[in-house]
Design a protein around this ligand. Structure first.
Ligand code: NAD
Ligand code: ZN
Length: 355
């Protein structure tokens, strides 16, 4: 069976395109004043972008704290706040931020129309009802969250996405100007998420010409951005993230992402940095990708945290292995149908112990 995957319905790209947001939202309600919930990274509370958010008295702004990656409990709490504020459902949920905030916006838009807790829907295709119309506006590029059919959440038991067709944004606004001012370490870690998506997609067993076409383009753009510093690097990184996300939409990620989920669940390490930590030890699986990644790290003088396992006891390590092993499609993509014979608990333990 071929996957019939849902794509983002509308895309706007260009420097300054953020200022078309009011018009885009109005078009959604046929000219009537829409009511919208803006979920915005709290870093913008005292930045000029705040004044450009087209929020009026009918609307609501929820400032998102991204110290921790999104939790199901935070999604439940934000959903309750929105329900309390509006008599009927809002017309739109808009997420403005990096992958964390875009994922929060996706999750809240889903939970407004589906009963229970976000934790009930962590998995594949468990969502029954379409979400409230939702818009993603990245201020950090690399995760591909702007195009993916998942919202990655940490729940009481697991770190796992709500994967469904309804998760996909109805509209994204890609404005490269919003990437200005990202600190270099964060720029690198999130950008490397995209680079690693490409490596894992292009070397995976799920690869087809569709994901290869997007993956190769994203890879070329990453090489330009991280090895050559082009003048329009923000535009290129934004498109790399988009294409990298499109590539994995029709394939999958692999070993690095599976291990990174475990690091993040137990150590609270963020996705981008967790990927970088894990990838540096995966020469055995991705020799060329790891060598090029190290050249990129060297060029930008990035120092990764080391000796992380010193903080993890045996129970923590076993939990990491459990979290990584749940992600069966990732292992199958990386290692083939027979992956369980190659990637045993012992093998995963050895990999983690090096980190
Ligand atoms: P992030 O959203 O967690 O943000 C990282 C930091 O960058 C935060 O401190 C934030 O305040 C700051 N930041 C954001 N924009 C900024 C800007 N313009 N200027 C200065 N600082 C800014 O980082 P991320 O790497 O984009 O996202 C990681 C999250 O995305 C994780 O929760 C991960 O699980 C998720 N993710 C989701 C998908 C998906 O398909 N849904 C894919 C990969 C990762
Ligand atoms: Zn990723």
């Amino acid at each position: 069976m071929f996957r019939n995957f849902k794509m983002v319905s509308r895309v706007i790209f260009g420097r300054g395109s953020f200022d078309q947001l009011a018009e885009i939202l109005a078009a959604q309600t046929g000219g009537k004043d829409p009511s919208a919930v803006f979920i915005v990274d709290q870093i913008f509370k005292d930045r000029p972008l705040r004044e450009r958010i087209p929020a009026g008295s009918r609307d609501m702004i929820l400032w998102a704290d991204t110290t921790d990656e999104p939790k199901t409990s935070v999604v439940d709490q934000m959903t309750a706040q929105v329900r309390d504020r509006f008599e009927r459902l809002p017309d739109a949920v808009v997420g403005i931020g990096g992958g964390s905030v875009m994922d929060l916006a996706k999750a809240v838009s889903l939970m407004l129309t589906n009963p229970g807790s976000a934790a009930d829907y962590q998995g594949w295709d468990l969502i029954k009802n379409p979400a409230v119309y939702h818009v993603g506006i990245p201020t950090l590029s690399g995760t591909g969250a702007e195009v993916s059919r998942t919202t990655v959440l940490t729940g009481p038991q697991k770190k796992l996405g709500i994967n469904s067709d309804h998760t996909v944004f109805d509209q994204i606004v890609l404005d490269p100007e919003l990437l200005a001012g990202v600190p270099i370490d964060q720029w690198f870690y999130t950008g490397m998420d995209c680079y690693i998506h490409c490596v894992e997609s292009l070397t995976g067993t799920y690869l087809n010409a569709f994901s290869q076409a997007y993956g190769e383009k994203a890879m070329d753009l990453c090489r330009e951005v991280f090895l050559e510093d082009p003048p329009d690097g923000e535009d290129k990184l934004m498109m790399a993230s988009y294409c990298g996300g499109m590539s994995i939409a029709y394939s999958q990620v692999g070993v690095c992402h599976a291990l990174s989920y475990g690091l993040s669940f137990v150590l609270g390490l963020h996705h981008g940095i967790g990927n970088c930590v894990a990838f540096d030890y995966l020469e055995e699986f991705y020799p060329e990708g790891v060598a090029e990644f190290r050249r990129m790290m060297e060029k930008h003088q990035i120092e990764l945290p080391r000796n992380l396992m010193a903080q993890v006891d045996d129970a923590g390590l076993e939990k990491m292995i459990d979290v990584a092993l749940v992600l069966e499609p990732l292992w199958e993509n990386a290692l083939g149908k027979d992956w369980k014979r190659i990637m045993t608990r012992d093998k995963i333990r050895t990999l983690y112990q090096r980190m």
